[in-house]
Design a protein around this ligand. Structure first.
Ligand code: FE2
Length: 336
């Protein structure tokens, strides 16, 4: 069944990124982003990040509308990242979408940030029935479509429900690299800093923790921090990355074998890591599985994926009451 095309303006503000995207349910039209950068060696202060997002939102909205060639009146629905994320940051997109919806008398929709990563990755890769490895700062999960799901009815490319097969029992993989890089005194772009140093190092044995399809990284972090000063930092970075990615490859391999699925997507901020992409590609080749990922701009946090999901929801008739418009910090993808 064909649905009428609608235009959605989506706002992302779960953590350090403020994004405004414009999309129909088929195509992304604009993706404007601004990143909050914490001072070198320091973590992100939620209040500071939220202030940054408030300051940038007008500029990024204007940029997105200009790039998409649309006026605010052309927008059919406003979408916002409802969770999971940092409360103070989430409230920026929530309040902005609520204001816009009321001012322009248009509907609004709250979008699960994780689901938006999964859905835009499916759109980008063209995969229809994948296992997902979702890797970001705060999240690391192996996810599959739940059996008996209701299809969207368009290319069979979307689903109603997701199930988490395996996940981190403590910190997310992005957080592992961020905290480790900060202990080196490195600044923003922590993951890429560790990736750069890792390229020049050699392997030293590190703790390898996997329990079924769940895994743990906090012991690995402590071990790596204790090795600093005793070993070359390039070697520690290399071994930290090699070990943590090997754990993720094993969890994905188990998920593929268990479910018999023939496609694997890696998505989320850490999915941009070339080393991880290479290791997963190798594992998939051995398993006879297709491997894919979205372009970097859609793996980093962005408003386009929120807009894309919002347009899709709207076209399928989903609506939200104003009273349901609030931040959901711990909103899991399997609780939709
Ligand atoms: Fe994300």
């Amino acid at each position: 069944m064909k649905t009428a095309s609608c235009v959605c303006l989506g706002i992302e503000s779960t953590a350090h990124t403020l994004g405004v995207g414009i999309s129909t349910e088929k195509k992304v039209l604009a993706n404007a982003v601004a990143f909050y950068r914490s001072p070198p060696g320091e973590g992100m202060l939620p209040r500071k990040a939220a202030e940054h997002h408030q300051e940038k939102i007008k500029e990024k909205m204007e940029e997105a509308l200009r790039v998409a060639g649309k006026k605010i009146e052309d927008v059919d629905v406003f979408a916002f990242s409802q969770g999971p994320g940092i409360g103070q940051c989430l409230r920026v997109s929530c309040i902005a979408a609520r204001y816009l919806a009321q001012k322009y008398e248009k509907p609004l929709l709250g979008i699960n940030h994780c689901r938006a990563h999964l859905e835009i990755s499916m759109n980008e890769t063209g995969f229809t029935d994948p296992i997902f490895l979702y890797v970001s700062g705060g999240n690391t999960q192996v996810i599959v479509r739940e059996a008996g799901e209701k299809e969207r009815g368009r290319d069979g490319a979307s689903v109603e429900k997701y199930r988490v097969l395996g996940e981190t029992l403590d910190i997310g993989i992005g957080n592992l690299f961020d905290v480790f890089a900060r202990s080196l005194g490195e600044g923003f772009a922590h993951g890429s800093t560790v990736e750069k140093l890792a390229g020049e190092g050699k392997y030293i044995e590190m703790p390898y923790v996997i329990k079924g399809m769940n895994f743990s990284f906090s012991g690995l972090l402590t071990h790596a921090q204790r090795m600093m000063g005793k070993e070359k930092k390039e070697d520690v970075c290399h071994s930290l990355m090699e070990t943590s990615f090997a754990v993720l490859c094993e969890a994905c391999e188990r998920a593929l074998c268990l479910t018999g699925k023939k496609e694997l997507i890696v998505c989320g901020g850490v999915a941009q890591n070339k080393k991880l992409q290479g290791m997963l590609a190798e594992m998939c080749k051995e398993q006879g599985v297709e491997f894919g990922f979205a372009r970097n701009e859609f793996n980093a946090d962005n408003g386009a994926m929120i807009a894309y999901c919002g347009a899709d929801y709207f076209a399928r008739g989903k609506r939200m009451k104003l009273s349901e418009c609030f931040a959901r910090q711990d909103w899991r993808v399997d609780a939709l």
